[in-house]
Design a protein around this ligand. Structure first.
Ligand SMILES: O=c1ccn([C@@H]2O[C@H](COP(=O)(O)O)[C@@H](O)[C@H]2O)c(=O)[nH]1
Length: 239
């Protein structure tokens, strides 16, 4: 079960440490990897990272950096010093920005003699549907743009990308099996979509080639979060 458990990342989209403690305690040994995003990090800062580290959990710090190369590189160095397992940038920041972040993460981790966090790039948000995409006036289709950004991230030296499970197979074909694919937009059959658009079930996401599944509300907003997480893990295990 461990191999499957390490591939489920639960999004802690809450605002207080009380909620974090309650969820992590309820989920217990079912979940070993958590995603800390803007809502939680901007509310409580380091306290949640310290708590998760002491609980023996891995952390994906999802702050989606997007700025000029020097600013993102320095930000990536700061996040590397926090000792988390994964951090990210927006691929639309371009190759120079991504290369600068890759170099700075490696340099910082080496100088501190700590493991280097995985550095990944966000492609096209999973909430974006065709109508919303059209409003951005991009000439490419969503799948073409996702694959383009994934190739660019790989060439810049990043470890992987965030994308919808619907694009996972195309990314795997274009970038190979060692390039990590992290997929939010995961919804068990019949679950509420909330604001997600390009979704797939946990089983379909894995079959399409996703390495890690990010799941938030289907677990954290469930009546019984542990039962919901175990059901997802069982579906992953069967897939
Ligand atoms: O394209 C993206 C990038 C990031 N996310 C994040 O994943 C979780 C998904 O939460 P759910 O409650 O399962 O919808 C959330 O923290 C997003 O910020 C994403 O959904 N799509």
């Amino acid at each position: 079960m461990d191999q499957v458990r390490n591939r489920l990342i639960v999004a802690l989209d809450v605002a207080t440490m009380a909620e974090v403690r309650q969820l992590v305690e309820t989920l217990g040994d079912a979940v070993s990897y958590y995603k800390v995003g803007m809502q939680l990090f901007y509310s409580v800062g380091m306290e949640c990272l310290t708590f998760l580290r002491e609980a023996g959990k891995d952390v994906f710090l999802d702050l989606k950096m997007h700025d000029i190369p020097n600013t993102v590189a320095q930000g990536a160095a700061s996040l590397t010093r926090l000792g988390v397992a994964m951090i990210n940038v927006q691929a639309s920041g371009g190759p120079a920005m991504m290369r600068a972040a890759v170099e700075k993460v490696a340099e910082t981790a080496a100088s501190l003699e700590i493991p280097r966090p995985k550095l990944i790039a966000v492609t096209v948000l999973t909430s974006m549907d065709q109508a919303e995409w059209a409003s951005l006036r991009s000439a490419a289709s969503i799948p073409d743009q996702v694959v383009h950004l994934a190739r660019m991230a790989k060439e810049a030296g990043l470890d992987g990308v965030v994308a919808s499970p619907q694009e996972a197979e195309l990314i795997r074909e274009a970038c190979g099996k060692d390039f990590s694919i992290i997929t939010p937009g995961v919804r068990p059959q019949g679950a509420a979509l909330n604001d997600q658009s390009r979704v797939a079930t946990p089983a379909d996401a894995l079959k399409a080639g996703a390495h890690y599944l990010v799941v938030g509300r289907p677990i954290t907003a469930a009546r019984d979060p542990r039962e919901a997480a175990l059901a997802i893990l069982e579906e992953m295990r069967k897939a």
